[in-house]
Design a protein around this ligand. Sequence first.
Ligand code: AMP
Ligand code: MG
Length: 362
Amino acid sequence: MKTQLLTANEIDRAAEIIRAGGLVGIPTETVYGLGANGLNPMAVRRIFQAKGRPQDNPLILHIPDASWLELYCQDIPDAAWRLAKRFWPGPLTMILRCKKRTPEELRELEQGPVCSATHFGPHVIPDVVTAGLDTVGMRCPAHSMCRAIIQAAGVPVAAPSGNTSGKPSPTSFQHMLDDMEGKVDAILDGGDCQVGVESSIIDLTCTPPRLLRPGGIPLEELQLVLEDVELDPAVTRQLGKEERPRAPGMKYRHYAPKAPVTVVRGEPPRSAQYILDHIKDSYWDGVICFNEFAHWFQDYPVEQLGGSLDSFEHARRLFRALRAMDASGVKHIWAQCPDSAGMGLAVVNRLNKAAGFRVVDA
Ligand code: AMP
Ligand code: MG
């Protein structure tokens, strides 16, 4: 397939492709996404094919403003409106109950082509988007081009991150091309992503609300709006074989570069010293470290995460660093682990998952 490379002034073309059932790589403030018409099961199915994504891992539905929630969700709690008011547009995904089709709508579907009832399912959002769950992830992105595309398409856009399944998410146009050129209809160049990690996902269908994935909105900020938030165990540790994660995506290996990663926890000078003491080979061992320590590793392939206290910069640079390590061909990656306050929780979560939770204490 020839992938059209679109520029910022071709929003309408991107929207047209989505409306017609195509796939478009779309810049968002978090990471690049792979978008399709969220009401078209055939189009959404192509997302799973292009990414090699397991069918049981649901997608997030992107809408241009909070008023669209009522079109696709029901039993919306007051907390959802408060969160939307405070954080939308922005990097927050809310898990809400899917709106059910009316009996008349279901009858109409059943009388339609043989396949239509099974394709669409009992909710107003096709089952392929939600992986058959009765809940749906909803987000209103802040990136101006992304919102303009959704507005112009006039449909909710189902979109996971635009990477090949299992790989680090794309945070630049080039990363998106690297993974998806030839597999999707178009990719729109919106520059580098400003947040760099995916949205925070909060489940509002349980009490108390539960943070399923830390992301672009820090937990501490969510706590200013919600009285009580539970942290899903899958955020901080590897789940046991018998445990079922609440976000189906959490059970898969994620964000993983080709080389194994060892995450080193501890005060930055200690973790840097630990790496220096244990690193062996200046050709095959790479290092992801804070800027202050880069000169310690000048004989090694090194990627800088930003200053040790700047967790927003760590978020912006992490996926790029993992991809750069892949490109350098190293066989083992050592990474300094940031503090997990604020944006740090999302960065540490992505690093730990990239490492398959191979973490050592310095
Ligand atoms: P991605 O866009 O690649 O970050 O993937 C979307 C994430 O949202 C995955 O981790 C999914 O498991 C999660 N997700 C989407 N819909 C739901 C839902 N209804 N319930 C729980 N998690 C969801
Ligand atoms: Mg993803």
